[in-house]
Design a protein around this ligand. Structure first.
Ligand code: ADP
Length: 483
């Protein structure tokens, strides 16, 4: 028996499930932690660029009042005038050579840098006639620098440099970052816990199913799994239960069949044994008695032959593919059966009456249809009473052919009707045995009728007797079943 192998960790559904989960969550968290910050930084950069370049341009145009060169006093005066409206940290104005004319830091004039070269890259670039803006974000602070040339009629008279130290927007950005990290951490923890719980629940349910499969494999067909949830796994469990139910039924039928078959075979064998022992043990047996015993042995052997033949027929019906169906005239077959049964019917004083509609064709084989009609009509004669009747009616409509075999015989009790098509089932064992029955005839009828797409039913007939009805799909005269 194959042993259940343990699934390697890296191939287990739990690992795959957890890995997928972790990867998706990681991707979402990376995006959550980068994209909003990048967008906010970009927005801050753009707004600073616009505002600082505007401020620098306003100051530059205020300084460029005429063709004369800028002076330190003049520049300081202009800057002081505009200082209130310029919200920057540092303002430096230089002459065309880059020498500082005035330098204001946080609103206060610095004198230590006046007359010195302002070696800022931005200023050097501005003195070459370009507008410059640079902004950087580090340690929660925005450092922004803007520089523009002071030009009067295309003459560079100097340059203006603005520097802004912005910790406020930086703090806001940092706040967003901290919040996002916190949210990410919470998401991480929640998904981790949920992932573990889901993965465990999933594997636990799969393990439940696997366990059930193994139990059934060991032969315990009554085992069922109960799995709630209403999801695919619970559907799988339902299907499994259904399958196991069928297996159980098949197994029960098989066991019953084997035990019934052995019992049926054992009885005639025991009789043969008993009869041969009697002959062997008798010292002086007259030839008349010996002949009687031997006839009985012959009868029992014949019974055994009948049972094995019928068992073989049933096995063939179960396993062999159906023989090629040909158009068969049901009426003609019923007439052959009647011909065959007339001596028996006469012997038990039963009259057969046939009402057959001509031209009722079905797709089957003649031998198998003969079997069906023979079994039903023979039973109707066998389980009848002297003076009784058997009515065989054949009718066809556009789609179906209906063969009805009714008798005025002993009848079948209502509670036995559902079981009479079971193998070896007999209502009255003694009567069946006396009539040479095997309890297999109706099973053969059932299986054969099914094989050709038909149905067979049995019901009580009013006022007495039984009515069997077989319905087949009708075959059109030119061939092919009618639709
Ligand atoms: P058997 O070989 O015993 O006749 P069947 O399978 O043909 O086996 O029939 C099963 C049982 O159903 C019979 O033993 C009998 O008890 C009952 N039965 C079948 N046909 C009739 C009938 N026409 N009237 C009464 N009982 C019947």
């Amino acid at each position: 028996m194959p042993q259940s192998k343990k699934v390697p960790f890296w191939r287990s559904l739990q690992t795959k499930f957890a890995m997928t989960y972790i990867l998706i969550v990681a991707a979402v968290l990376i995006l959550l932690n980068t994209y909003p910050v990048m967008v906010s930084q970009d927005l801050a950069y753009r707004s600073k660029e616009t505002s600082m370049q505007n401020q620098a341009a306003v100051l530059a145009s205020a300084l460029a009042t005429g063709p004369e060169a800028l002076t330190a006093e003049g520049a300081a005066r202009t800057v002081e005038l505009l200082l209130g409206s310029l919200g920057v940290t540092r303002i430096v104005v230089t002459d065309p050579n880059g020498l500082v004319l005035c330098d204001f830091q946080e609103g206060t004039a610095r004198t230590d840098t006046t007359g010195q070269y302002a070696l800022f890259w931005e200023l050097v670039t501005a003195l070459q006639g370009n507008d410059v803006f640079r902004s950087g974000y580090a340690d929660g602070v925005f450092h922004s620098r803007a520089a523009v040339p002071v030009t009067y009629r295309s003459m560079t008279q100097g340059a203006v440099y603005l520097y802004e130290y912005d910790a406020e927007q930086g703090a806001m950005l940092q706040g967003i970052q901290t919040n996002l990290r916190f949210i990410s951490l919470v998401i991480c923890l929640v998904t981790l816990v949920m992932g573990v719980v889901f993965a465990k629940a999933l594997t636990r349910r799969i393990a439940l199913l696997l366990g059930a499969i193994r139990t059934v494999r060991e032969g315990e067909y009554s085992h069922r799994v109960s799995m709630g949830g209403g999801d695919e796994l619970s559907r799988l469990a339902d299907e499994f239960n259904e399958l196991t139910g069928r297996l159980q039924t098949t197994e029960e039928v098989r066991r019953r069949f084997v035990s019934d078959a052995s019992h049926e075979l054992k009885t005639p064998l025991a009789s043969i044994r008993l009869l041969t022992d009697s002959i062997l043990q008798a010292d002086h047996m007259d030839s008349e008695t010996a002949r009687e015993f031997l006839t009985d042995i012959g009868d029992e052997a014949e019974r055994l032959t009948r049972i094995t033949e019928k068992l073989l027929t049933l096995t063939r019906l179960d396993t062999a593919p159906a023989a090629a169906a040909v158009p068969v005239d049901v009426g003609a077959v019923v007439e052959r059966v009647e011909h065959m049964l007339t001596p028996l019917a006469r012997a038990v004083e039963v009259e057969l009456e046939l009402r057959l509609q001509p031209g009722c064709l079905i797709a089957a084989t003649e031998d198998e249809l003969y079997q069906i009609a023979f079994n039903l009509m023979e039973n109707a004669v066998k389980y009848n009473l002297p003076g009784g009747k058997v009515y065989v009616t054949l009718q066809g409509d556009a789609r179906q052919v209906r063969l009805r075999v009714e008798d005025t015989g002993v009848g079948i009790p209502e509670e036995d009707l559902p079981k009479i098509f079971d193998r070896f089932y007999r209502v009255d064992k003694a009567r069946s045995r006396a009539a040479g029955g095997t309890g297999l005839g109706l099973s053969i009828v059932w299986d054969t009728v099914r094989r050709y797409g038909g149905t067979v039913t049995a019901r009580r007939r009013e006022p007495e007797g039984t009515c069997f009805e077989v319905v087949f799909p009708r075959l059109a005269e030119k061939g092919g079943t009618q639709r």
